[in-house]
Design a protein around this ligand. Sequence first.
Ligand SMILES: [Zn+2]
Length: 301
Amino acid sequence: MIYTVDESQVRAALFVWLEKESGRNGGIFTREQLLNGFTVGEERIALVGPRGIWKPKQFVKIPISFTTFINGPYPDRVEDDGLVSYHYQGDDPNNTDNVGLRQAMLEHIPLAYFLCPSKNSYTAYWPAYIVGDSPGDATFKADLKSLYNFDSIGDEARGVGEADRNYRVTTMRQRLHQAAFRVRVLAAYDSNCTICHLRHAELLDGAHIIPDGKPHGEPVVPNGLSLCKIHHAAFDSNMLGINPDYIIQVRGDVLKEHDGPMLKHGLQELHGQKIILPKHKSDWPDRERLEWRHEEFKKAG
Ligand SMILES: [Zn+2]
């Protein structure tokens, strides 16, 4: 069967589609959605496949996407030069998938990069360019341009100083870690705000119980809460807290205020209610972390 798609048009259409869909789904794609992909003309283009490097059947040799599946708490490594290491499919540099990805590098073809930190939930970065190939350690290097707002990480010609470059690389690592954490937390809570039940991923954050950087503040699901933007801000500023028995507590002065419906229904009426807990007990918020955090809340009251 001969397909007649213009690959560069499909790639351009893909980036538009990713932009539009991530506005709708809060940046979290399900595997099913990516398997179904999108339609160009008569053709349905699948965006992921059985392996990390994926070339849809309509394309000749260059892939459309590459995916990292992460088991540990942190995604693929961001190296000191700001590029993401991506391991070959297997170890053979001449494997078809690896040859395809290398060709994307040689032709400077933009791809989509998916990060899958939790079964069935993906985040997307685009355009992603393969800019390096090290057969010695069986890895490619990828430049994820949407992870930073600067033109090029390793560009000495632009006079980027070492301190500045370190700052950029740190920022990129944090963004990737944060994205992976959010995907996992939202997946655990089935994309509900644990406080108000709001089910719109585009309005939901993965919030830390113990802040990042403090002891036990790791980006793991038992240190996370799926919170809508309002309740995340209210939790961080101690307008409300959650005690170790999973009960919502609204700060005393806020309970006494008189104002409109947001204050009444969105905060005051939640006092004394129980949060929504994840389906799996291993994902439940850790009581000791809640206790530590609740002490901070009480100090604020
Ligand atoms: Zn909420």
